[in-house]
Design a binder for this molecule. Structure first.
Ligand code: PRP
Ligand code: URA
Length: 217
């Protein structure tokens, strides 16, 4: 949203496809229902997932079509791992699974303490062999960056080496923190908003993503 001089230092991929921007605008509207919000988030996750996986390595395979043998391409390596940060990250999971139905899914439970804005971990269950998989961490909101940074640190402690962070709406301060703490992790977002308010909410943002997804406002 706000792209100005002070953001030139950010290392981030902004996926600003018109369909994504249109759907994100609908999500931002305060009158959008939970049902529509969920649906739009799932659709955007799928569209973003298409871009996030663009550079996935391919391998040659020998197959036979009904007509002739041929050499074709398939994604190389172990199945990708999708890691939603609970709760709101769950809203992006189904869209990604539509794209990659065989992906493994890990869950990291973190909530942001409303007073300190620091992440508090309450759950972690990961697929086996995380060190051999590309893991895509998904969370709609990258605000202070505390939750994403903590999730990436936790995954590295479990051996993860190849990580990608995919968020819907971000604030410059959050991107900067992840860039600083995890310079090896590419970040993909659909929007960089202006700033955080005194409660740590992204402005203009879309409100509390978890509450809007699950109707707990
Ligand atoms: C939201 C969001 C991120 C986090 C972002 O989760 O889904 O995980 O806040 O803020 P940060 O960048 O400042 O850490 P929240 O803590 O509200 O939990 P929820 O998903 O369970 O609603
Ligand atoms: N978490 C949210 O859900 N929304 C924000 O704006 C910031 C953190």
């Amino acid at each position: 949203m706000a792209q100005n001089q002070e953001q030139n230092d950010l290392k981030v991929h902004v996926i600003d496809h018109p369909l994504i921007q249109h759907k994100l605008t609908l999500m931002r509207m305060k009158e959008t229902s939970s049902k529509d919000f969920r649906q739009l988030l799932e659709e955007i996750a799928m569209l973003m997932g298409y871009e996030v996986t663009r550079d996935f390595p391919l391998m040659d395979v020998k197959i036979e079509t009904p007509v002739a043998p041929c050499e074709a391409k398939m994604i190389a390596g172990k199945k990708v791992g999708l890691v939603p940060i609970l709760r709101a990250g769950l809203g992006m999971l189904d869209g990604m699974l539509d794209l990659m139905p065989a992906a493994r899914v890990g869950h990291i439970g973190l909530y942001r303490d409303p007073e300190t804005l620091k992440p508090v971990e309450y759950y972690c269950k990961l697929p086996p062999d995380v060190s051999e998989r590309t893991l895509i961490v998904v969370d709609p909101m990258l605000a202070t960056g505390g939750s994403a940074t903590a999730a990436l640190t936790l995954l590295k402690e479990h051996g993860a080496k190849n990580l990608i962070l995919m968020c819907l709406v971000s604030a410059p301060v959050g991107i900067r923190l992840v860039n600083k703490e995890h310079p090896d992790v590419p970040i993909f977002v659909a929007a960089i908003d202006d700033h955080l308010n005194e409660h740590g909410y992204i402005v203009p943002g879309l409100g509390d993503a978890g509450d809007r997804i699950f109707g707990t406002l």
